[in-house]
Design a protein around this ligand. Structure first.
Ligand code: SF4
Ligand code: SF4
Length: 158
């Protein structure tokens, strides 16, 4: 979270599968959630209440939010709850898994291998293929499309 604050938004791959939702009718605009969020993903905006023009409510920036849930526990009015993200985020198991997943998400899997001499070794390629073979079918299809490898296609077809 400190890294997220210092170096800007992380790629969505680093988030949990949840997002906080603000219950507008009960949010008092107290700002507690704003001050506890480690990445500055919540701000106060106008509650659009014609009877109380100065009233504010919390708003979550879904692109920045890490889904950590800290704001949910900090809200004393039970105005925040966690819902599942529409697209499920796969949490990386280790650094090889993380690097391959990030490359697939960014459409740069082929560049990852072509641009890195170190990744052309048998062991590195075996690690990459090992990661791809354990991914869900949709990620495998993306990887296969990016690598355009008949060998990988045959492996995935088994
Ligand atoms: S802590 Fe709860 S009540 Fe206060 S601004 Fe955030 S969501 Fe609204
Ligand atoms: S879940 Fe709440 S505290 Fe955590 S990053 Fe998202 S908005 Fe901030």
């Amino acid at each position: 979270m400190i890294a997220a604050q210092r170096f800007g938004s992380l790629h969505p791959i680093h988030t949990t599968n949840f997002l906080p939702v603000v219950a507008a009718p009960t949010c008092t605009g107290c700002g507690r959630c704003v001050s506890v969020c480690p990445v500055g993903a919540i701000s106060l905006v106008s509650a659009q209440d014609p009877r109380h023009r100065k009233r504010k409510r919390a708003q979550v920036d879904e692109d920045t939010c890490l889904g950590c849930g800290v704001c949910v526990t900090a809200c004393q009015h039970a105005s925040l709850s966690l819902k599942e993200r529409p697209a499920r985020v796969i949490t990386p198991l280790n650094s090889a898994h993380r690097i391959v997943l990030m490359a697939i998400e960014r459409g740069t899997l082929q560049n990852l291998i072509a641009d890195n001499q170190a990744l052309r070794s048998h062991r590195a390629m075996a690690a990459i293929l090992g990661v791809i073979l354990k991914l869900p079918p949709i990620k495998q299809a993306l990887a296969s499309r990016q690598l355009r490898s008949r060998y990988l296609e045959r492996l995935l077809a088994r």
